[in-house]
Design a protein around this ligand. Structure first.
Ligand code: UDP
Length: 235
């Protein structure tokens, strides 16, 4: 196993499957199966999930809503997604804990770094909900922050494309994929890996990021085993 402790970042949109909104149960089950494969190997898995399938603060602000109010709604959306994923993982036989950056003790533990690490050491999957707990941030930043706090070996950013390209592969058939990039190259080429806050935090803390296709069966396990797929961003 190349990576012993991972932080898996999933976007809220990934949970929609083929739907336009909300959560697709089949997709949740597929993800649970993929995650179980690496948990069974002894890999310690922490997960940050987005909320874009339910609500984004910026989208609310564009329609005249107060941005801070909208951002808190977005954070609550990530808790809903976290609970859904938790249910699917537990159905697959994985022991989990949900920790929230906004306290809500009926459904989640508060985020406590030491407790999170202890859960991981015991083989439990830890899902971090409510992002960073602060408006004006994203769940990419939350993922990076938590990954650094729990001393994860890598952030695995699961997307529906299989890595970072020089242009959008869904719009441009000639787009070229990078197998690996340095942080400086990402800055120079102005590539969109994560938002700037998240990316700068990863860079400053030398935390590698791998962008990969989470919807392809076996990919997560391959990455944990050290196979080179997706795009690695490293020092
Ligand atoms: N959000 C926030 N602070 C955080 C993380 C998230 O305010 O630390 C809000 C923000 O409004 C964001 C929404 O929650 O739009 C959902 O998160 P994100 O857009 O990162 O989800 P994804 O795009 O990964 O589905």
């Amino acid at each position: 196993m190349k990576y012993k402790r991972i932080l898996l970042k999933l976007s809220g949109e990934a949970l929609m499957g083929e739907r336009q909104y909300g959560i697709d149960n089949d997709r949740l089950k597929e993800y649970a199966v993929e995650i179980k494969k690496v948990v069974d190997k002894g890999c310690e898995v922490a997960i940050v999930i987005g909320g874009g399938n339910i609500f984004r603060g910026l989208a609310g602000a564009a329609k005249g809503m107060d941005r801070v109010q909208g951002d808190y709604m977005g954070m609550l959306a990530t808790v809903i997604n976290g609970m859904a994923l938790q249910g699917a993982l537990e159905d697959a036989g994985i022991i989990t804990r949900l920790q929230s950056a906004i306290e809500m003790d009926k459904v989640a533990e508060p985020f406590i770094k030491r407790k999170a690490v202890r859960h991981l050491e015991k083989g439990r999957v830890v899902i971090f909900g409510a992002g960073t707990g602060n408006p004006y941030f994203t769940t990419d930043t939350a993922a990076t922050l938590r990954a650094i706090e729990i001393d994860a070996d890598v952030i695995l950013k699961g997307t529906r494309v299989d890595g970072i390209y020089d242009s959008d592969p869904e719009k441009n058939a000639d787009a070229v994929k990078f197998n690996s990039l340095s942080f400086d190259e990402v800055f120079e080429k102005n590539l969109k890996v994560m938002d700037m806050t998240a990316f700068t935090l990863s860079h400053e803390n030398k935390l590698p990021i791998i962008v990969f296709d989470m919807n392809k069966e076996g990919n997560l396990e391959k990455l944990v085993d050290g196979e080179i797929i997706g795009t690695l961003v490293n020092v």
